[in-house]
Unconditional design. Structure first.
Length: 155
């Protein structure tokens, strides 16, 4: 484990993201590793906005994507401050495309040593029918992948 110097963290801003960021921060601090937080704007959502934009001038793909990037950057900063990850070397990257494919590509481009993500995220019907992004990541990720499970309630 001492060779882990770059950790990529998939953040989708679901209710589980806080746990994922917290765990990644503690692990990176213990290992002296850099954190690269990655969020993907789903291409499916962009395609829907593109179709709507054909019928109205009230929205454009550019304004939609720019707004999402700004909102997510602000949300990421809040999450990092809340989980005290700001003292650990980190970067935040926003991609646009098919989530698992963009995450796999980013892991390769950044030459990360490990990926951390939640087992659950922003699910949808397509995920139920075709498999979740996490499942696809486990099949295609080029480096070790650590999944953070939802904390169980202690009874």
């Amino acid at each position: 484990m001492s060779n882990i110097k770059k950790i990529m963290v998939a953040v989708d801003f679901s209710e589980y993201s806080s746990q994922v960021v917290d765990y990644a921060g503690r692990l990176a601090e213990a290992l002296g590793a850099e954190l690269i937080f990655v969020n993907v704007i789903n291409q499916r959502d962009v395609d829907i906005v593109k179709q709507v934009a054909m019928y109205t001038d009230k929205i454009s793909v550019k304004s939609y994507v720019d707004g999402l990037k700004q909102d997510r950057a602000e949300e990421m900063l809040k999450l990092l401050e809340e989980k005290t990850c700001t003292r650990i070397p980190n970067r935040f990257v926003i991609k646009k495309g098919v989530p698992f494919a963009e995450l796999v590509e980013t892991a390769r481009e950044e030459r990360v040593d490990m990926v951390i993500m939640g087992t659950k995220g922003r699910g949808n019907i397509a995920g139920i029918l075709m498999g979740s992004q996490a499942e696809k990541m486990f099949r295609h990720c080029p480096v070790p992948l650590l999944s953070i499970r939802e904390k169980e309630d202690k009874k």
